[in-house]
Design a protein around this ligand. Structure first.
Ligand SMILES: Cc1cc2nc3c(=O)[nH]c(=O)nc-3n(C[C@H](O)[C@H](O)[C@H](O)COP(=O)(O)OP(=O)(O)OC[C@H]3O[C@@H](n4cnc5c(N)ncnc54)[C@H](O)[C@@H]3O)c2cc1C
Length: 253
């Protein structure tokens, strides 16, 4: 039995590793020509880390990430609002890991290629449709210039094609695009000598910064530590095709 997985993001790659671990064949199809290590920091909570540990990835990930022992919030002048323990310090059997999203994806991709074979992830394949019958499912792809590529056949199609999922839009054509709730979140990563408990990843951090769209420059951010110098900036305005909070309220009504 072959599972056709669409999308080589974190969801698609972990699904491939887990299915392989259970003895099932799978192929991963990704629209990007090249999978690059994009993003900034994310937190893998103990339940997620447990899954990654079962796949034998914990040592690799601990080299790149930080075992997070506590989380605290402060207001803009540094006064503490809330502090709580995380991961094993909070009594879980597995740690919480703060890790660069791109590096996590890189580890997963390496593991998929090592375990499932160098061609297990087929890049430059954008899913445009699928058809299911009693024998299985056929997935149709196009390349970068819109040219038709060979279809994939499997017993199951697993859609891991992200928030703008093509598979979901085909299954639920009336649903429309995702709704933006109006909350803007921004994050950064930088080399820093010591902070809080002083833990740091052993591998160097790729500096990056994502300022809010309303900030004319990163200097407009009052909470930015003065030593945090971004090397790249990405505007994070919601994409035009996302509907607004007002449209979301109208849709609910
Ligand atoms: C570039 C990027 C950077 C991110 N950075 C952060 C971060 O710094 N911190 C954080 O917490 N979260 C970040 N996220 C979000 C986080 O990674 C996701 O919320 C989470 O990992 C969801 O994973 P996913 O596999 O479901 O989807 P995604 O990670 O979005 O992956 C979906 C994949 O499917 C591919 N795809 C989409 N449509 C098709 C199609 N039709 N055919 C074939 N392939 C398709 C996409 O190219 C993508 O590789 C980022 C996501 C992306 C895409």
């Amino acid at each position: 039995m072959t599972v056709v997985i669409v999308g080589a993001g974190i969801g698609g790659l972990v699904t491939a590793l887990r299915l392989h671990h259970e003895g099932l064949d799978c192929e991963v199809y990704e629209q990007s020509e090249q999978i690059r290590e994009l993003g900034v920091g994310l937190n893998a909570l103990p339940n997620a880390v447990k899954e990654l540990a079962v796949l034998g990835l914990l040592d690799w990930l601990e080299e790149l990430g930080v075992r997070t022992s506590e989380l605290f919030y402060t207001h803009r002048l540094g006064h503490e609002i809330l502090r709580r323990p995380c991961g094993m310090q909070a009594g879980f059997s597995y740690p919480q890991l703060s890790i660069h999203r791109g590096q996590l994806q890189g580890v997963l991709l390496r593991a998929v290629r090592e375990r499932l074979g160098p061609d297990a992830v087929r890049t430059g394949h954008r899913l445009v449709g699928f058809e299911q019958d009693a024998r299985g499912v056929r997935a149709d792809f196009v390349g970068r210039r819109g040219e038709a590529l060979d279809p994939a056949h499997g017993a199951v199609l697993a859609a891991a094609d992200g928030i703008h999922s093509t598979v979901r839009s085909l299954l639920f054509p009336e649903e429309g695009p995702p709704c933006w709730n109006g909350v803007m979140m921004w994050r950064g990563a930088t080399d820093w000598p010591e902070f809080g408990t002083g833990r740091a990843p052993t591998a160097p951090v790729k500096p990056s910064w994502t300022p809010p769209a309303s900030a004319a420059t990163w200097r407009d951010m009052p909470t930015l530590p003065t030593r945090c110098r971004p090397t790249s900036t990405i505007a994070c305005r919601p994409p035009a095709r996302w509907c607004s909070a007002t449209a979301m309220a109208a849709r609910k009504a």
